[in-house]
Design a protein around this ligand. Structure first.
Ligand code: AMP
Length: 179
């Protein structure tokens, strides 16, 4: 799983790592956007939170993640991107993983400074990248991130990766975790 702020590049790195390991890339942001685009009930419930840059309520998110991880293509592993975002979600994920008879291999923390996060987000131009939403997303990120990182550090699963600099250099650091 990858942990990092909005605009940290964790999504890009997650896609590359998943391709490298030959396992599915599972992004909760992508799953939500797909549901919104298809006009599903889940998408309708999640939309206003996404538009505001707030976290979608835990019960909705947890059910979506559980359903996705129960799909047969995850049998050889998976890369989770964007979940968990809080310690509460991390505990929920432990429950989901245990109920599926699996275990987590690593929590990769892609670290990028705040100034760099803001610069990258303003250059990106996704629907939820406007100034107010970015501010809310960064605030939300900071509220939960520290205790989330601590959770995985205590579990002995945390790998810190410097997320600044060239994308290729960051990718090499991430891939270096898996010899
Ligand atoms: P992302 O693509 O990861 O930046 O996610 C985009 C938006 O989807 C977030 O701003 C949240 O509204 C929602 N979202 C994604 N992952 C989660 C999560 N783990 N918990 C709650 N909301 C989420």
């Amino acid at each position: 799983m990858l942990l990092g702020g909005p605009g940290s590049g964790k999504g890009t790195q997650a896609v590359r790592l998943a391709a490298h390991l030959g396992v599915p890339h599972i992004s909760t942001g992508d799953l939500f956007r797909d549901n919104v685009d298809r006009g599903t009930r889940l998408g309708e419930r999640a939309r206003r939170y996404i538009d505001a840059g707030e976290l979608v309520p835990d019960d909705i998110t947890r059910a979506m993640v559980r359903d996705r991880l129960a799909q047969p293509d995850t049998e050889r592993g998976f890369i989770l991107d964007g979940y968990p975002r809080t310690r509460t979600q991390a505990v929920a994920l432990d429950g989901i993983i245990a109920s599926l008879g699996r275990r987590l291999a690593a929590a990769i923390h892609v670290f990028v400074s705040d100034g760099e996060l803001r610069a990258r987000l303003s250059a990106r131009g996704r629907d939820d990248d406007d100034v107010n939403t970015v501010r809310t997303r960064l605030r939300t990120f900071h509220r939960y991130h520290g205790s989330l990182v601590e959770y995985y550090r205590q579990a002995g699963l945390l790998y810190d990766v410097d997320g600044e600099g060239e994308m290729e250099a960051v990718a090499a650091r991430v891939l270096g975790i898996f010899p």
